[in-house]
Design a protein around this ligand. Structure first.
Ligand code: SAH
Length: 275
């Protein structure tokens, strides 16, 4: 999924998080017990249907507004809950990992699949000195500067890279944080792992990758033909992180989202070699 259009769940949301967490724990035991042959052939894999051009065509048809990038959830509790959840998560990880905490305020962040710069404006500008943004859709990228200017946040703007994540290679050692939110569903599994590997080389010492994405409520990844993206299970994400050489520092479910949406998880990740 990318954007909140895809936040809409096809399944009823879990009754509460504790139940959901127990469900996931049980699920992971069961699915670990099952073998990889159950993953299916390439042709059946959800990510095999992804088309970059179709995804871009979809986003090109969407207005360059907060409501647009949030799939019509701009006027719900979502933006505020999302912003608070992200800021709290960064602060929690900064306390948990003092070496990361030490580079936060002066560091550079990179906002991947940035849309109109909503995450930069509402979250990253609060915590980092400079933010670079990666956004392939022209009308969204064009809106980043006015969006930040209107919020008096233009001082954080670094470079805007007008490319998809699959074509982005960060400068080596540059970033305290690489933040990926509601956009990784546009990458195939292979592109995702390769992208995360490049992100590792783009991290400053003690830097971290943050991923904030929808998760399917079940075991399967789901392809969405409307924007040509996949929504991945928690398990699929964890598999991709491990394949890229990343260790999960912390995972949290985003609370306070409107009902009927996919669960949204925040992952803080560091290179396995540094853990
Ligand atoms: N992260 C932003 C925008 C989410 S909407 C926010 O939370 O506000 C999804 C974004 O992913 C859109 O801006 C879309 O243009 C972008 N996107 C689409 N394909 C992409 C790709 N291959 N790589 C990176 N971003 C992509």
């Amino acid at each position: 999924m990318a954007g909140t259009k895809n936040l809409r769940s096809r399944l009823a949301p879990p009754a509460d998080q504790a139940v959901e967490n127990r469900f996931f724990a049980l699920f992971e035991i069961l699915s670990d017990a099952s073998s990889d042959e159950e993953m299916g052939s390439d042709a059946e894999r959800a990510d095999s249907h992804i088309s970059y051009d179709d995804g871009i065509a979809y986003w090109n048809s969407i207005p360059a507004t907060v409501d647009g990038v949030l799939g019509g959830f701009g006027n719900t509790t979502l933006p505020r809950a999302d912003m608070r959840g992200s800021s709290g998560f960064i602060e929690k990880i900064a306390r948990k990992l003092p070496d990361f905490g030490a580079i936060v305020a002066t560091g550079t962040a990179c906002d991947i699949g940035a849309g109109i710069g909503r995450v930069t404006r509402d979250v990253l500008a609060k915590h980092f000195a400079t933010v670079d943004l990666v956004e392939p859709v022209q009308s969204f990228a064009d809106q980043i500067e006015p969006e930040l200017a209107a919020a008096s946040k233009l001082h954080v703007l670094g470079t805007i890279y007008r490319v998809g994540a699959q074509s982005f290679t960060p400068d080596a050692g540059k970033y305290a944080v690489i933040w990926c939110q509601w956009c990784l569903g546009h990458l195939t599994d292979e592109q995702l792992v390769a992208f995360l590997r490049r992100c590792i080389t783009g991290l400053a010492p003690a830097g971290l990758i943050f991923v904030k994405e929808n998760n399917t409520s079940g075991f399967e990844d789901e392809f969405d033909s409307v924007d040509s993206s996949v929504t991945r299970s928690n398990k699929s994400f964890q598999r991709a992180f491990a394949a890229a050489g990343l260790t999960v520092v912390h995972i949290e479910l985003q609370p306070g989202l409107p009902t009927g949406l996919y669960p949204v998880r925040m992952y803080a990740l560091r290179p396995a070699a540094s853990s």
